[in-house]
Ligand binder design. Sequence first.
Ligand code: ACM
Length: 510
Amino acid sequence: MQALTRQLGDVIPLPVSVRPDPAANFRISSDLSVSAAPEAADLAEQLAELLRRVTGRPVSRTSGEDAGSFRILLDGYDKNLDQNPDQNPDQNLDAYDRSGKPAEAYAIEINPESVTLRAGSNQGLFAALQTLRQLLPEEPADEIVLPGGRIEDEPRFAYRGTMLDLARHFFGPADIRSFIDSIAQLKINHLHLHLTDDQGWRLEIPGWPRLTEVGGGPGTGVDGAGPGFLTMQEYADLVAYAAARYVTIVPEIDMPGHVNIVQVAYPELTADGRPVPPRTDAEVGYSSLVAGKEETYAFVEDVIRAVSDLTPGPYLHIGGDEAFSTPPEDYRTFLRRVLPLAGKYGKRAIGWHEIAAADLPPTAIPQYWRIEPADGGVAQAAAAGHQVIMSPADRTYLDMKYDRDSPLGLDWAGLLGVERAYDWDPADRLPGVGEESLLGVEAPLWSETLRSLADVQFMAFPRLAAIAEVGWTPRADREWRSFRARLAALGPRWTAQGINFHRSPEIDWL
Ligand code: ACM
C-alpha cells in the first residue's frame, strides 16, 4: 500500500464537505486519460497538463464524458444522485438550477476506478481543479495515491479578493500574471488594481496622454522608485489572462483625493489652474479634484468611459478615501455626479467606505477599510440594502508588518500575524453589517515599501491563504489549529513554485 500523498481534507480553503473513504483510494497508474464534455475542453487540457507534470507520464484525452480515468462532468451535481452520477443527467441539471448553488460549486469523487470532477459551470470545474491540485504532489513523483472519498464544496461569499497597488510602485504585466496564478490557486476570484494615486497614474487613457507620460514616467511612485504604466492593450490582455483563471479584474481610479499626479499632468484641473509640483512622499489627503469645475467632470467621464470599455467585469472602483482636502459638501457634490457615471457605462460602483457619506446609487458597494470597531455610515448603507466588502486594515491589510522584525511594510493598523489574519469573522466585524449584507472580503496590498514581485509575495503569502479561507469556508468549520497544519503543507508547494513566502514562526513549516 503506497503512502497517501495527502489526506482528502488537506486543502486551503477547507471545503464545505469532506467525506473520506480510505477503502477507495485511487492509485495513479500508467494508463492515464482525461475525458470531458466538449464545453469543458479547456479544463480537460489543464487537468491533463497538470497530470503530465506531476506523473511524468503521457496522458491521453478521450472523447465521451465518462470514459477516462479522470472525468470532467459539466452537469452540476445533486447530493441525492451522487451515488450514481450517470443516472439521468438532465434531472441533475434541474436540481442544480433549482438549488441555486453558486457558479463555483463543485464536487470531487475519488474511487479506485476513477477521479470525477463535477460542476454546473466551467468556473466550478476550475475551483475543483484547484482543490485536486492540492491533493496531488507539486513536483513529479513515481507513486501517487489520491485519497478516496467525496468532496462537495461551494463558497461562503461570492467576492473573495485581493488588491495590488500599482500607483505607489508599478508592477508590470509579467509580475501581475504571476500574482494571478498564485491567488487563483487559493480560489481568490477578484483582483482589485489600484491604478492611480498621488504618486503615479498607471493606465493609458485615450485623449489624456500626459496622465501616463507624466504619471507613469521616470521618478514616479513612492521615492520615485516605481515608474511604468499599462497600455490599453496590456491591460486588456491582463483582464483576459485573469478571466481565463476565473479572476475578475476590479480597476480603481481613486478620486476626488489621491490625484496629485493628475494635477501635475493637467494643471487645468487644479482650483486656480496653476501647476503643482510632483510628489513622491507617502503622505495622504493633500490633493483634490475640484467639485465646482466642469472640466473635472469632463475628465472623470472620459476616464470612467475608457476604463469601463476595457473592463468586462461588473465593477468599477472609484476610490473616495481620505479626501481630507475636499470640503464635505464638495465631496458629496462630486460623488453625486460621479457615482452614477459608473452605472451609465454599465458598471457597479465600489468605493472605500467614506462614500457612505454621499447619496449612493442602490447598487453601490462601500468597502470598509478602517480599524474602528463600528462605522455608522457603513451600517446605514447596509440597512438601506447596500452590499459591503470587508477589508478591515487590522485583519486584512497585507502591507502591515507581520511582527516587529518584518523588513517590509507599515504598522499604523498594528502588526498583522497569520493567526490574526485568520481568526476573525467578517460578519461580526461591524455592528449592523451582518452576513446578509456582505458581498465578501478583500485583502489589499499597498506598495509604499515594496520594490519587487518577491516583496509582493513576501507580504501576501501566507496571509492571503488565511483571508481566502475566511472568504470561502463556512464560519463554523474554521479553526486555527486545523488551518495552521494545512498551511504548513502549502510551504513546500510555494517553494516549488518559486514563491517568496514569509516563513512565519507561527507555522511549523514542513
Ligand atoms: C485606504 O487605505 N486609504 C483605503
